[in-house]
Design a protein around this ligand. Structure first.
Ligand code: FE
Length: 242
């Protein structure tokens, strides 16, 4: 599992991905960790097959009792089908996930972990003194879907927005935006159903101060590529299945 520090201050953001042992037919995913003094938030922890490598990777950064919080941007298996295993490993942790999806997500196994239901208008995750904003991104692509914005580190975890289908071992940041477009187009046109939801999200994100957009698949966008992505996404028609 490749590990990239994307923010380092009084706390850290770490991206995990590009698992070399991933079976070919499983979509590659990015997982993120926010590490504060005594707490860790694991963002979109991944599928059931990724549980063992992810647990090992996170234990490099924190003892098990400091992995206190999980977040699921939506209900998909590549996001959180590992829940039942985390439930056994971290019985005192909390899962922050949509209220709308609670009855569905509990099918993955959530007996010990506390389910903190996020209302449709979002909320906040507080880790020690770090405040992370939970931003609604409904219908992008799931009907109840959330991003995480860190106004201090200026990182927007965008879930499936900005996702790309990449070759194994691809770099973790976009290096040439024009070359990256074709890896993103199908993902957004086919998995995102609503042009209206897209416009609402873009308007909201344009008002935020963002240095890095960090999606759950593919590469992160940094600096000028953040605006390039927003402009490209704004012009793209989504909800196309032909
Ligand atoms: Fe998804």
């Amino acid at each position: 599992m490749k590990m990239t520090k994307i923010y380092e201050g009084s706390y850290q953001w770490i991206m995990y991905g590009r698992d070399p042992n991933k079976p070919d037919k499983i979509i590659d995913t990015n997982q993120y960790l926010v590490r504060t003094a005594k707490r860790c938030l694991l963002i979109d922890p991944g599928g059931v097959e990724l549980f063992a490598p992810m647990l090992a990777a996170v234990l490099h950064h924190a003892p098990v009792d400091e992995i206190t919080d999980l977040f699921a941007s939506h209900q998909d298996p590549d996001i959180i089908s590992s829940l039942g295993l985390w439930d056994q490993a971290l019985p005192h942790a909390r899962l922050h996930a949509s209220a709308l999806w609670e009855g569905f997500l509990r099918h993955f196994g959530c007996d010990s972990i506390e389910y903190v239901a996020i209302p449709d208008n979002g909320g906040v995750i507080s880790l020690d003194s770090v405040e992370l904003q939970i931003i609604p991104a409904h219908y992008l692509h799931s009907s109840a879907n959330f991003n995480i914005y860190d106004p201090h580190a200026k990182i927007l975890f965008s879930g499936d927005i900005g996702a790309a289908l990449e070759a194994p071992g691809a770099p973790v940041f976009v290096e040439n935006f024009e070359n990256h477009i074709e890896k993103m187009r199908f993902f957004h046109q086919r998995w995102m159903p609503s042009n209206q939801a897209k416009r609402v999200w873009i308007e909201k994100v344009r008002r935020l101060d963002v240095d890095i957009i960090a999606p759950q698949h593919g590469r992160m966008f940094k600096g000028d590529d953040v605006k390039r992505f927003l402009d490209w996404f704004e012009a793209l028609q989504v909800g196309i299945a032909v």
